[in-house]
Design a protein around this ligand. Sequence first.
Ligand SMILES: [Zn+2]
Length: 103
Amino acid sequence: MAYTKKSSGQARSRNSSEGQGRPGGRPGGRFRRGGPIRRKVCRFCADKFEVDYKNIGSLRTFVTENGKILSGRATGTCAKHQRVLDTAIKRARMLAMLPFAVK
Ligand SMILES: [Zn+2]
C-alpha cells in the first residue's frame, strides 16, 4: 500500500488575454413565463371525430371571439386537421353559422 501525496501538478498555465468571441452570452432556456411548455395533442386525432361544418359548437372553440380562426399552434391541431378545419369554418361562415368578423 503505497500512499502518495497529492501532487499539485494541476497548475493552470493557460492565459487567455482576451475573452473568446461570444458577445452577450444569453442563457438558453426552454421555459416560458407560466411554467414549462406542455405539448398539446390534436383533438381530432385524439378523439377521432371528424371535422363537421354543421357542428358549430366544436368549431367555435377554434375561433376567437372576434371570429378569427385560431392557428394550429394555438390550439394544438395538426396540419392535416387544421386544413380541414379551416375549410369547415369558412363553409360555416358562408352559411352564416359563424361570424366573419366581430368588432
Ligand atoms: Zn389531427
